[in-house]
Design a protein around this ligand. Structure first.
Ligand code: NAP
Length: 275
């Protein structure tokens, strides 16, 4: 499943809609990225998102704070962006340094600007099938499944991982589409046996090549959200590709979809705030 191709299609629509917002209001949709500290991987992610914004008619604003920033200082900075009418979306790059209460910082993001889908409000909206922004990676996984016409109603989806930004919400979104969802995690017994019953497998673990080809039911759909050192996913791709009906590569599968959904949701936020 070619996430790069599908993300380009989404971004083409984003650019058109961003241009429409600009011509109607005189201002581009604006995504503010907050980066705390100097973690090189986080800085790279933020730069990638800035480049993608620039290429698609979205203004990006970087708020870089030192790694000595306190929770109060970060909450104040994010609160300022939440109140700033020229900012339509806010992204707090995580992880943040350990002295910071990450949850308090996320909750300082106004729900209308939570285009990364990290607040409790957005999580609840996903759980209640209500209006709101999805977590970007789960949202991207669903968009990719839809792009390939994968039928979810009644399908058994096995989600490996239960983190609040990835595993849990992707299970909720699959449930909302009438899949039968099983969550697995580090305490799950007989993981390979459970995965073997899956029509759709979502790997969201962070362990390189944990899921082996012989764990999979022939013809199943494999969404590999993992991204580990050396550009390796959570699924042993060379084995799984022999068994799966559809599979996402790493890189070029779920990753590009995440950024596309972030930008798509930024334009949606700008449209809503400028109407
Ligand atoms: P996380 O917060 O560390 O959560 C990992 C989950 O995997 C936990 O629920 C953990 O179980 C479970 N787990 C760990 N070892 C396991 C094992 N041996 N068997 C079964 N389950 C196991 O990680 P995350 O933030 O969700 O990220 C997961 C992966 O996705 C990482 O590779 C990350 O880089 C990638 N990711 C990619 C994108 C993207 O844009 N493509 C975005 C976000 C994350 P417990 O709950 O029991 O500890």
């Amino acid at each position: 499943m070619d996430g790069t191709r599908v993300s380009k299609e989404i971004l083409a629509g984003v650019a058109t809609r961003a241009a429409a917002v600009e011509s109607a209001t005189g201002a581009r949709p604006c995504l503010a990225a907050v980066l705390v500290g100097d973690d090189p991987a986080s800085a790279t992610y933020v730069r990638m998102k800035e480049n993608r914004c620039a290429a698609n008619g979205i203004e990006s604003r970087l708020i870089a704070l030192p790694d000595t920033t306190s929770t109060d200082q970060l909450v104040d900075a994010i609160g300022g962006l939440s109140a700033d009418p020229t900012v339509h979306g806010i992204l707090l790059q995580h992880p943040v340094p350990s002295q910071i209460d990450e949850r308090a910082a996320f909750e300082a993001i106004a729900p209308a600007k939570d285009v990364d889908g990290v607040t409790m409000h957005s999580f609840a909206a996903m759980a209640f099938d209500d209006e709101g922004f999805a977590s970007c990676t789960p949202g991207g996984i669903l968009r990719l499944l839809d792009a390939y016409g994968i039928a979810l109603r009644g399908a058994h989806a096995v989600v490996i991982g239960r983190s609040p930004i990835l595993g849990k919400p992707v299970g909720m979104l699959l449930l909302a589409r009438d899949a039968t969802v099983t969550y697995c995690h580090s305490k799950t017994r007989d993981l390979p046996e459970i995965v073997r019953t899956a029509d759709v497998v979502v790997a969201a673990v962070g362990v390189a090549e944990l899921v082996r080809g012989h764990w999979l039911k022939r013809g199943c759909v494999v969404m590999d959200a993992g991204y580990n050192a050396g550009n390796v996913g959570d699924v042993a791709f060379h084995e799984a590709v022999e068994v799966a009906g559809h599979i996402t590569p790493v890189p070029g599968g779920v990753g590009p979809m995440t950024i596309a959904v972030l930008l798509d949701q930024t334009v949606t936020a700008a449209e809503a705030q400028t109407h």
